[in-house]
Design a protein around this ligand. Structure first.
Ligand code: MRU
Length: 363
């Protein structure tokens, strides 16, 4: 047989080692009688299981157990979960009160990320406008679409700040797993990489639940971005030695003066970056801003079960009977952030007037 020699694609060794793309973090399948699909993040990176959630109790358990997590993602998941909760009250004598009660239960599931309340307030207002399940589902879908669009805009504003040729430190997980779109801080990195910037990422492991090790490293590796882990306790020393050119983190709630809550450990990283002149960027959607809270002191901090600290990957690491403090978040003073990257632009300190103007201006 003659003709052109057959060619087979040259295998890309880096691509061969890459984890396969992940299923969507969350999705709603069907109409008002549909279900919420959640990728169970507690099983990552080793197992990929998508949960079909059809009732409020299962949804609340998934949020509390961090099967779905990350401020924007829990807001979207809760909006859909409200549909599941109200649907089960058939037919509700008072649709608006039923919606309010369901939303109140969901809002209590995780207290720090204000995105949860932002999304549920929207669903509650939809019930006032039109007392139907269709109206609630429409609003949940709108919350979902808005978070995707905000993610896209944050990526666009944040990408130029990623240092080309440098090392970027990040904490917890702020990527596709934490949002409905490409992420917050990680979205800026994904976009910068697509735009041709080349950099390495240092991901802090994020004790006790290891979102950095289990989730961020997985997402970056899947995108082909070089990533290394460090123990949370190694980060300050590496910053001091000049190993980090910028830090990018997310936020679960930004107070009116720019103070912000994020995964526990963020405050220490911000202090170390400030001490060593390393830019510290916070990437968060406007759904994370809470003008009702003057400063960080008033942000509610979720205290989780100390058992999470006394175990590692489910195995006990402390003697039986030892207790632990387990705040899931800490608050960083806004002045330690070099910039707040939002879906409506990049803010520089001082933040109070800038945040107020940004929110007043709308989109
Ligand atoms: O407890 P988690 O895993 O929900 O915490 C998530 C974070 O702290 C993120 O950094 C935060 O939600 C902002 S980025 C989406």
């Amino acid at each position: 047989m003659s003709g052109a020699p057959e060619t087979s694609p040259v295998p890309d060794p880096a691509a061969a080692a890459r984890p396969a793309p992940l299923p969507p973090t969350l999705a709603w399948h069907g109409g008002e009688d549909g279900e919420l699909a959640l990728l169970d993040q507690t099983l990552l990176p080793h197992q990929r299981r998508v949960l079909a959630v059809r009732d409020l109790e299962t949804a609340i358990e998934a949020i509390c157990a961090l099967r779905v997590r990350g401020a924007p993602a829990i807001g979207v998941a809760a909006a859909y979960a409200a549909v599941l909760g109200v649907r089960a009250i058939a037919p509700p004598a008072d649709f608006q009160s039923a919606t309010a009660a369901v939303c109140a239960r969901l809002a209590a599931s995780r207290p720090t990320a204000v995105n949860l309340r932002w999304a549920l307030d929207r669903v509650s207002r939809a019930a006032v406008r039109e007392a139907t399940l269709a109206s609630l589902l429409r609003e949940a879908r709108a919350v979902h679409a808005d978070e995707v669009a905000m993610s896209e805009r944050m990526a666009r504003f944040g990408a130029p700040l990623v240092p080309n040729g440098g090392c970027v430190l990040t904490h917890c997980n702020t990527g596709r797993l934490a949002t409905a779109g490409d992420g917050t801080a990680l979205a800026a990195m994904f976009r910068a990489w697509q735009d041709g910037a080349r950099f390495r990422v240092l991901a802090a492991e994020t004790r006790p639940l290891l979102q950095g090790a289990r989730l961020t490293a997985l997402e970056l590796a899947a995108a082909g971005i070089p990533v290394e882990l460090c123990c949370d306790s190694a980060a300050a020393g590496l910053i001091a030695r000049g190993a980090v050119q910028a830090a990018f983190v997310g936020a679960d709630r930004i107070a009116a003066n720019g103070d912000f809550a994020n995964k526990v450990g963020t405050y220490g990283l911000a202090l170390a970056c400030a001490a060593h002149g390393v830019p510290f960027y916070v990437v968060a959607p406007t759904s994370s801003c809470d003008l009702g809270i003057a400063d960080g002191a008033a942000i509610p901090i979720e205290e989780r079960d100390g058992a999470e600290v006394c175990a590692l990957a489910g195995r006990p690491i402390a003697a039986a009977g030892v207790g632990a403090r387990n705040p899931a978040f800490d608050v960083t003073p806004g002045h330690l952030a070099t910039a707040l990257v939002t879906d409506r632009g990049v803010l520089r300190p001082p933040y109070a007037d800038a945040i107020k103007a940004l929110l007043a201006a709308g989109r």
